[in-house]
Write a protein that binds this ligand. Structure first.
Ligand code: ADP
Ligand code: MG
Length: 604
């Protein structure tokens, strides 16, 4: 008996939908991409229950005529490929003609659209991919797409949907990323009728990045844009915004890569960015970056992943090399000699948009002390050198660094690379990671502050800011921070909301006097951002606050210290019997006994 049969079309479509439509965010991605491809100037996304109940996308793009509407929901129906050769040079975000068919197969849809030709537009409704109704209606130019009851006919998939905040988080991220790479389009996102973001059209990627990350965050990043002559290179343009070296993060959450404005994941491109930073990054540190690559479409295959999340390059090596060099030149303060975008002619208006970013100025970002200042703190000239030695206990037991009641004998010798301290501690040559050591000290002190508050309601020492600091946060982080203002106050950090997205810091704990408060808040809200892994119990919140505060309040790597500062750090570290690893578990110090050195030099 014959066993093999062809699946009925409806079932085949439902199965195929699984590849493209995984959750509300995948529907939103496909529909917003369609609106972008339709040359819209404004795209508005509205959701009910994180998109599980309803997704409504409104655009003012080209719209569809009645005949096109009737065919648009067929599989492989697309207006974006005319013949096979287009395939290689595709510039639109869509081209497979699968999205509408897949979405329609697992939801209920109403589409209303008008091309501007003739007085009226068309409305069509479908359920599970079956046509219910078509009518002629009066409607403005553009398209409105309503997708409701996602997975109503595939209960097994519906069961896998997460909570409303989680699904909302995924959708926000999708719209956020498409907005980031399309500054010429006005984007709005609403949830349960509340506006979550609103980015009016602007004229450059930089202006859009400011809307997305808040004006304040621009102090945290460097930017550059390098063009390559169209005739000589398939790679046309690299535009990047990326962390100033001391201001790195402890996670990879805020790293965005766009190839021809398509958000993608790429281990090799991301690796190129890390390569550019090389020694600026310590283990466990990650840069923030937004990387835009414009490249000849024939060099990229976007058809290797059903949702086009990954791409394949004909040859990734020269692209990675170019990324590394471009970023490195700015990181190391070398002015780039080639490819000033202002002097390069481009053929498409899309590309011109990128060139309106001013070329990155040389940015001095490290607080190097002036030469005479450094001279003043040279160890040999320092009068306190002996004092420190003589005030210490005379115990010299080699392995008693943390058990000695009076602390060990410390002889500070200096600092290398602005990052490691060198000292003789109880007779052993000791290298200390200055950031890790200070971070640990602060961590322990903040823990104590937290306990004192919990047990006795005692507040830590604070200082009033002479000029209160204003900090703008992107809308999606505002809610998260608002929830935890009370928790921060327990540590002496007093912050008030001032308007829609601006916070004002009036008072800070003394321990945080040197912290970059904007960086601290951006970092902390990363963890609390709705839809991401949300900490559930108060202990987790406390630990997170303490860890972020310790990290931002601590002396950074690449920061030159005066002799006094070195002394103070060493004394604090050894006196407080601080554990020998930083809060993330990295070692703080390395010890070489006299006998180790003697062995190394063959003296023994
Ligand atoms: P693709 O985007 O790969 O072409 P889709 O299934 O997403 O396939 O869409 C099918 C076609 O429907 C598109 O090629 C386009 O012509 C039309 N279309 C979809 N959404 C819109 C929209 N918002 N505005 C105008 N046309 C649209
Ligand atoms: Mg599409």
């Amino acid at each position: 008996m014959q066993k093999i049969k062809i699946l009925p079309e409806g079932l085949a479509n439902r199965i195929a939908a699984g590849e493209v439509v995984e959750r509300p965010a995948s529907v939103v991605k496909e529909l917003v991409e369609n609106s972008i491809d339709a040359k819209s100037h404004m795209i508005s996304v509205s959701l009910v229950e994180g998109g599980k109940t309803l997704i409504r996308i409104l655009d003012d793009g080209e719209g569809m005529g009645r005949e096109d509407v009737l065919i648009a929901f067929e599989r492989h129906a697309t207006s974006k490929l005319n013949d096979e050769s287009d395939w290689m040079t595709i510039r639109t975000l869509g081209f497979r003609g699968e999205a509408l068919a897949s979405i329609a197969a697992v939801s209920k849809i109403t589409l209303t659209t008008h091309t501007g030709e003739g007085p009226e537009g068309t409305r069509i409704s479908l359920e599970g991919g079956h046509l219910l109704h078509v009518e002629t209606v009066g409607t403005p130019l553009g398209t409105e797409m309503e997708v409701s009851d996602l997975f109503y006919n595939t209960p097994a998939r519906k069961k896998f949907l997460k909570s409303t905040p989680t699904e909302l988080g995924y959708v926000s991220e999708v719209v956020f990323q498409l907005a980031l790479s399309h500054p010429e389009i006005h984007f709005r996102l609403f949830h349960q009728e509340r506006e979550r973001f609103n980015y009016p059209a602007v004229s450059s990627l930089h202006d859009r990045a400011l809307q997305c990350f808040g004006e304040t965050s621009s102090d945290q990043w460097m930017r550059t844009s390098r063009a390559f002559p169209l005739s000589q290179s398939p790679l046309h343009l690299i535009t990047a915004f990326f962390s100033k070296p001391p201001l790195t993060k402890n996670n990879r959450k805020e790293q965005y890569i766009f190839v021809n404005r398509r958000p993608i994941k790429s281990a090799s491109l991301s690796h190129a960015v890390y390569d550019a930073y090389s020694s600026f990054l310590m283990k466990g540190e990650h840069p923030f970056f937004i990387l835009f690559i414009e490249i000849d479409p024939a060099w990229v295959d976007v058809n290797v992943h059903p949702t086009k999340r990954e791409v394949r390059f004909q040859n990734a090596d020269p692209i990675c090399q170019a990324i590394k060099n471009t970023l490195r030149d700015v990181l190391y303060g070398v002015e780039s000699a080639e490819g000033d975008p202002a002097q390069t002619s481009f053929s498409t208006p899309e590309t011109l948009l990128y060139t309106s970013i001013p070329h990155s100025p040389r940015e001095p970002w490290v607080g190097w002390p002036a030469a005479e200042e450094r001279e003043k703190y040279q160890y040999k000239n320092h009068p306190q050198q002996e004092t420190l030695l003589s005030t210490k206990s005379n115990t010299t037991a080699p392995n008693s660094l943390f058990s000695n009641r009076h602390g060990p004998i410390i002889r500070p010798l200096g600092q290398v690379y602005g990052t490691f301290l060198i000292a003789e501690v109880d007779g052993a040559l000791t290298l200390i990671d200055q950031h890790a050591a200070d971070e640990r000290i602060l961590y322990e002190r903040l823990l104590k502050i937290g306990c004192q508050y919990e047990e006795a309601g005692r507040m830590p020492d604070t200082q009033l800011l002479l000029i209160p600091q204003q900090i703008d946060l992107p809308l999606h982080k505002v809610e998260a921070l608002k929830k935890h203002l009370g928790d921060l106050e327990k540590f002496g950090l007093k912050i008030e909301l001032f308007g829609e997205t601006t916070f004002v810091v009036r008072e800070v704990p003394v321990l945080l006097s040197r912290a970059d408060l904007a960086a601290l808040l951006l970092d902390m809200t990363d963890e609390w951002d709705i839809g991401r892994e949300y900490p559930k119990n108060p202990d987790q919140v406390m630990t997170q606050i303490i860890a972020s505060m310790a990290c931002h309040g601590a002396i950074r790597a690449h920061q030159f210290l005066t002799h006094l500062e070195i002394e103070r750090l060493l004394t604090d570290y050894f006196r407080e019997k601080t554990p020998p690893t930083c809060p993330h578990g990295r070692p703080i110090l390395m010890r070489y006994e006299r006998s180790d050195l003697e062995k190394m030099f063959c003296r023994k």
